[in-house]
Design a protein around this ligand. Structure first.
Ligand code: DQA
Length: 144
């Protein structure tokens, strides 16, 4: 089974950026933990700081044999109609994940162009949110 993890802008700086909000761990380091937790799942990781590249990757994974996509569009969550449209354009289920609790922060972070198009959303649970999203996607694929 293949699951794609797609991270948006500035998430390449996890472990370095605003550690009080996003923690100390880099995503490449966390990815190793995830692969260990899910040894039978092929995790495909993609990160970009460029909106169109995220759209391209959603389209690619969305028309390939992926069981699901875990998506953290980061700041583009709050601005990108194109990313919302890309999710609507594919049939592979998408789980939106945010490390921080976007509803407990600035007002502009409460708007998501992604939530309404996703199977579900997880926010505020730190990096653990990615693990929970993968759990759900595996179960979802197995009950189809
Ligand atoms: C984020 C929340 C966004 O508002 C922010 O722009 C990010 C990260 C999160 O994972 O908590 O870059 O998506």
């Amino acid at each position: 089974m293949k699951i794609a993890i797609i991270n948006g802008p500035n998430l390449n700086l996890l472990g370095k950026r605003e550690k009080d909000i996003y923690g100390n761990q880099s995503f490449t380091d966390y990815l190793k933990e995830l692969q260990h937790i899910f040894p039978n799942v092929e995790l495909h990781y993609f990160q970009s700081n460029i909106e169109g590249e995220l759209v391209d990757e959603l389209q690619k994974a969305g028309y390939a044999d992926f069981a699901g996509i875990v998506l953290n569009p980061a700041a583009y969550t709050h601005t990108s109609v194109a990313i919302g449209d890309a999710i609507a354009a594919i049939n592979v289920p998408v789980v939106e994940v945010h490390i921080s609790n976007v509803h407990a922060r600035e007002e502009f972070r409460k708007l998501s162009h992604v939530s309404g198009k996703s199977a579900g959303s997880i926010f505020g649970l730190g990096l653990k949110g990615y693990e929970l999203a993968i759990h759900w996607l595996i179960q979802h694929a197995q009950t189809k």
